[in-house]
Ligand binder design. Sequence first.
Ligand SMILES: NC(=O)c1ccc[n+]([C@@H]2O[C@H](COP(=O)([O-])OP(=O)(O)OC[C@H]3O[C@@H](n4cnc5c(N)ncnc54)[C@H](OP(=O)(O)O)[C@@H]3O)[C@@H](O)[C@H]2O)c1
Length: 169
Amino acid sequence: MEQVLNAVMDLVVPPASMVMLAFAWSTLPFLRGVEWALKTLTKEDMLGKVVVITGASSATGEQIAYEYARRNANLVLVARREHRLFGIRDNARLLGAGQVLVIAADVVKEDDCRRLVSDTVSYFGQLNHLVNTVSLGHDFNFEEAADTTAFPLLGIEPSEKPPKVNSGL
Ligand SMILES: NC(=O)c1ccc[n+]([C@@H]2O[C@H](COP(=O)([O-])OP(=O)(O)OC[C@H]3O[C@@H](n4cnc5c(N)ncnc54)[C@H](OP(=O)(O)O)[C@@H]3O)[C@@H](O)[C@H]2O)c1
């Protein structure tokens, strides 16, 4: 009985696999085509839209600025190093950005955040996308911590004093 089963499997499985592969081969490009069509049809037209990018002076934020520039958006580039933002503004313009506003601001400061939003709205009259790429990590000595209310939540007893606390926001 086992031999018969094996013989049947030997006969059926290889051709069945070939047929399945043949279907999969043609289905994949079809699905990719549908995905491409959907993306193209539903892609937001960024022409004339205003995009604020924080952390635009390097790395991720800079590249996101260029991606929006290729889609002809108006940009607001935000970071603390203003001199770097000017170079990125020039690159973005070459790539097709509309108007590019540079704002030197520290997003840790609430006043700076308010200023960058109000400057954007008063310059462009609108704000459509906000892309925050700034990551804020804080290192401080345990003894210097002003607010210790979170320590019990972190499982730290007041008697334990590790040299450093590192909390990424
Ligand atoms: N790079 C990666 O491979 C990677 C991978 C996964 C996730 N991520 C995440 O992606 C995000 C960006 O990463 P990244 O590599 O692009 O970081 P990054 O190179 O450290 O860039 C940070 C940007 O934020 C700006 N910035 C920092 N503090 C600021 C502040 N207080 N106010 C205003 N601007 C400030 C910096 O400009 P200024 O110094 O001029 O202000 C810089 O333009 C982070 O959240 C990171 O965790 C990155």
